[in-house]
Each structure stands twice: as C-alpha cells, then as structure tokens.
Design a binder for this molecule. Structure first.
Ligand SMILES: [Zn+2]
Length: 586
C-alpha cells in the first residue's frame, strides 16, 4: 500500500490551485481542480470566451455572469458557479480557466472601533454591528437602526436611517444606499459605514449635509450579504464569497418583469424575502446598489433591450456622478461598455443581461429608481486603498442623494377629508412600467424626470383618477404639484346599482394591522373564492367560498395570528381571476 500517493495528489491539487493558469481547458481536463475548489471554497470563479451575446444571456440564467468584456471578435466572460450550477456549465462543453477567487485576500482586520474609523481597515462582524448601534446611540434624534431580517446563518441585515426627523415620517424623499450583496465585493461596505459617520457628524456643520439630513430620509445598508462577506468567520473578510450561505446569488434571486417569479430557478432566500418586504413597506424614491469587479455606473433596464422611458434622466444622473469623479481621478471609471457610449456609463442590457437582479426589481415593481455602481475593479480591495475610493466618490454620494430634491413633487390627498393618500403617479405617454407611488402615510410623491412639459395621472383605488397637464420640469429645479382626488361615494342603496364587471379592489387600509377590508364585484352569479397566500406562495386561508349573486361585496381579514409581511390575495369568480398584494405591519 502506498500511503504517499494520496498525499502527493493532495499537494498537487493545492499547488495547482494556486497557479491559476489563464489557458482555457475543457471541463474533463480540470475536473479534479474544479472539485477541489468547490470542496474548499464552495463556489468557483472562472472565465471563458464565446462569440454570441445571445449565448451569454442564455448561460446567465444558469450560472452567475459577473463581467463581459467585448474583445471585438469575441467576448471574454467572467462568472461564478456553485456545484449545482457547475453541473449545468460542464454539460455545455465550453473551455474555461479557473481563476483565483476574488475573496481570497489577506487584508487587515480590526475589532477596535477607533482604529476602524481611520477607514483603512476592514471591521470584524461584531465590530460592524457595534458601530451601527453606536451611530443610533450617539445621534438618537438623527439616526435609528432598522434590522430588516436575519440571514441564513443568523446575522443581521442592518440599515442606518438618517434624517433630522428620524422618529417621525415626514413628506420627504426616502433614499437607499446598499452595498456588498455580493459578499466578496467589499469596497462599498467600508465606504457606506464612513458615509453614515460623515452624514451624522457633518449635520449642523456642513451646509450641504445639513440640508440633505433635513430634506431627505436616507437609508444605508453597508452590508447586504454578511454571510457572504464573513464566509470565513466573523473575524475576517479574507475568505469572502459572492453567494448567500445556501449558495444562491442574491442579485439573481428577485422576481423578473419577463422571467417571472424565480428567474434563477430557486425559491426566494430569506434575505431576498426580507428585502422584498422592506421595499413593499417603505416607498423608496431613489436607490443605489454598490458592487465591485468593474468601474461603471450601470442603469436600467438590465433585463430587456428597450430603453427605460427615463433614459435621459438616468444619463443625466450618471454623467453627473462621473464628471464629479473624473475631476479627482481622470482615469477611474472610464470604460466604454456600450450604449450610451459615455465612458464609465452603461445601460445594463447593453453590457449584459441580468435576470432576477435587484435594480430592475426595485425600478419595475416598486416604483423606485435604482442604479448599480460598480465601484472598484478589484473586488476585495486592499484595505489601504479604501481612502482613495472614498476621495474619488464622496462628492458623488452627496450629489446623487441631492437629485431626489429635484423634479416634480407634491402631496396627494382625499378632496373631502384632506387625508394624505397612497396613489400611483403615471407620466402620460410612457408606454412602460414607470409609475411611482405617493407615500401611504404623508401622501408625498417625488418624480425624478428629464426637462420637459408633462401630463401626470394620479390613481388610487376607490377614487376618480385625475390627470394634470402642463407640468414643467427642469434639471436642478423643483416643480410642486399637489393633487386632490375625489372619492367614489358609496351612497345608501349603492348595492342595488348594477355591477357591470368582475373586479377585485385594493384592500383598505393598506398597510394594515391586524384587520383589512377586501372589496370585490361580481358581475353575474358565480362560484367565488378569495384565497390569501403568503410571500412564498403558500395558501394561508380562503375567505370566500361559494356561490355569490351579482353585487358588490366586502370581506374582512384578520391577520393577527400571522407574521408581518407581504401577502397576496386572489379573487376567482367563474373564469375570472385577479391577484393583488397587501402589507401586514405589526
Ligand atoms: Zn456584484
């Protein structure tokens, strides 16, 4: 028996895994290395070349494509895969080269808050949580910490909320910065911690910051995938990986406008569900998602070729970011990756398709405006370089938040009671999903838009819609347009009016706690059901089950025995069915 041989094989694997050949090889010729890397790391980082963009887009539904570089006669593609995803890729017979995992670093760590606040070192996870809680403790009137949920491994998804009225909802744009949902893309993590500190300590001292804290409600999540970043344990980011703890790419796991509820073929992770609940509960005007691996300002759409109707506005915001950055660092963020052919700026689809990404989920389904900032070519940036990236981007962090104060804004109210209303705000002539919401508590809406003269239509359930024309907008200026919507009165005897259609109405109130009314119309005698589903699609209860005569009905749902979150309710009457979403908030 030769006991040396297995040891030699093991050593060969270890050394070969350190010398990452750039040569593209077949799957079979490097099967052992693939298995070794999957066993030790859990996810693979690799590159390959291909000459069809359609083929890249198809592959992107099965593995996580991270970067696509146009080499004129072919594309160089960088990607990640879990073991399951590698099974698919192996069957494609594409030669590839395994690469050093970007999260394999040797960066300086610290658990000393004072040392961390020199901003050139990575914090341990416990130090990070302490710092976040310290912000709220030190600035109780300007900062509170919101934990939107726990991760697979029980870490926290924390936001610092910053505003001069942080404990009361006021009619202000609500903004969001979130970083490192890919756990090995860590630059934005430390920069966002530093931004929280800068906004809080600058409030009252720096005029621009004071104005922002006064006029906006700013939500900052420095670490959106802590299990990925601390894959190597709470004390180090040096074994960070991309995916969540269950091997799922968080930025491919959201519902897609075209690809359906599960574009990646996986159930929503608990981190995705926490985000979806947060977005449904809070109405965000503008947001940004920080990544790494490239240096580019990427804007919607990621999922389809058609330009977003607000393309001009996105280009305006992106150019402003880049012009400010280039004044400090002329050779940073200068790649031209496609339309609109402005160095450092790219339309998502022109670069490569991202199915199930958060940017389009936020922008398409939640009335938001989200862009993706790829902040550094190196993912796990050397800690000593963090101050350089801060110096390049700090002014743009401020400018981008400030954009939310321009455009068209106002408050939507009930014309009888004056109560603020949640409504949908549409811009006439935009033949795509670009509506935004007015806030459910204060009724305020904030429509960022390119210069022009517009017609806006405001719609709310149980109100007559209203269109206002001749609304003028310009960059760096604010147009105020308040709106009163007239309720559709339900006089006595209304139930005798002829019901002409089947219809399911938005529940009221919404969000609710713990009871809400669900109204529906039945056109003709039908078998009716109203089924409630939780956010995972599991049936919770059936509120109506039986034959209903023509008429208008209202059914109450008491959710007190269920957890807070998003629920769906489906109305079926004969062949007709309609689904709506509601929010239970304890
Ligand atoms: Zn990323």
């Amino acid at each position: 028996m030769n006991k040396i041989l297995p040891l030699l094989i093991l050593l060969t694997f270890i050394f070969s895994s350190q010398s990452f050949s750039q040569e593209l090889k077949s799957f079979n010729s490097q099967k052992d290395k693939v298995e070794y890397n999957l066993k030790t790391k859990g996810e693979l980082y690799f590159k390959f070349t291909i000459n069809s963009k359609d083929r890249i887009n198809e592959l992107g539904r099965h593995i996580s494509i991270d970067n696509v570089i146009d080499k004129i006669i072919f594309f160089e593609v960088y990607a990640y895969a879990s073991a399951k995803e590698m099974d698919y890729f192996a069957a494609q017979n594409i030669d590839f080269a395994l690469l050093k995992h970007p999260g394999d670093g040797n960066e300086k760590m610290s658990d000393n808050i004072k040392e961390i606040m020199a901003w050139d070192v990575y914090p341990t996870y416990p130090a990070y949580v302490t710092m976040m809680n310290n912000f709220a403790a030190n600035y109780p009137n300007q900062c509170r910490i919101v934990n939107i949920g726990s991760t697979v491994q029980g870490r926290q998804l924390l936001f610092a909320v910053i505003s001069d009225s942080v404990n009361t909802r006021k009619p202000k744009p609500r903004l969001m910065y979130s970083s490192s949902m890919h756990g090995d893309e860590t630059t934005g993590y430390v920069l966002m911690l530093r931004l929280i500190d800068t906004l809080l300590s600058g409030n009252g001292n720096n005029q621009r910051i004071t104005e922002l804290v006064k006029n906006c409600e700013i939500w900052i999540c420095p670490l959106a995938n802590p299990d990925g970043t601390y894959h190597g344990g709470d004390n180090s980011v040096n074994n960070a990986w991309r995916y969540n703890a269950n091997g799922i790419d968080p930025n491919r796991n959201f519902p897609g406008p075209v690809a359906g509820q599960h574009p990646d073929g996986n159930a929503w992770t608990i981190e995705t569900i926490a985000s979806m609940n947060q977005f449904a509960q809070y109405n965000f005007t503008l947001s940004m998602n920080f990544h790494g691996g490239s240096e580019v300002f990427n804007y919607p759409w990621d999922h389809k070729a058609a330009l977003h109707p607000d393309d001009a506005w996105f280009i305006h915001a992106g150019k402003r970011w880049l012009d400010t950055v280039h004044a400090v660092a002329p050779s940073y963020m200068v790649d031209n990756l496609g339309y609109p052919n402005i160095p450092g700026l790219v339309n998502g689809f022109a670069w490569y398709i991202v199915p199930g990404g958060r940017q389009d989920y936020m922008t398409f389904f939640n009335g938001g405006r989200e862009v993706t900032l790829e902040i550094s070519s190196t993912k796990l940036v050397p800690a000593s370089q963090l101050p350089t990236f801060w110096a390049r981007n700090f002014k743009s962090f401020i400018n981008y938040l400030n954009e939310s104060l321009y455009g068209v804004r106002g408050i939507v109210r009930d014309s009888v009671t004056g109560a603020p209303l949640k409504s949908k705000v549409y811009v006439s002539g935009q033949n795509d999903t670009t509506w935004i919401y007015s806030d459910s508590i204060c009724g305020d809406y904030h429509r960022l838009i390119a210069p022009g003269t517009y017609s806006f239509t405001f719609k709310a359930p149980n109100y007559y819609p209203k269109t206002i024309s001749g609304i003028r907008a310009a960059y760096d200026s604010t147009t105020y347009q308040d709106v009163y919507l007239r309720p559709i009165t339900t006089s006595a005897g209304n139930e005798n009016l002829t019901v002409k259609n089947f219809k399911l109405y938005q529940n009221y109130p919404n969000p609710f706690n713990p009871e809400t009314d669900i109204k529906f119309d039945v056109r003709e005698n039908s078998e009716v059901s109203i089924i409630i589903y939780d956010v995972t699609g599991k049936e919770i209860t059936n509120l109506a089950n039986g034959n209903y005569k023509q008429g208008s009905y209202s059914i109450k749902w008491d959710a007190s025995k269920y957890p807070s979150g998003v629920y769906f309710y489906k109305f079926t009457a004969g062949n007709y069915s309609e689904v709506r979403k509601m929010m239970f908030l304890k």
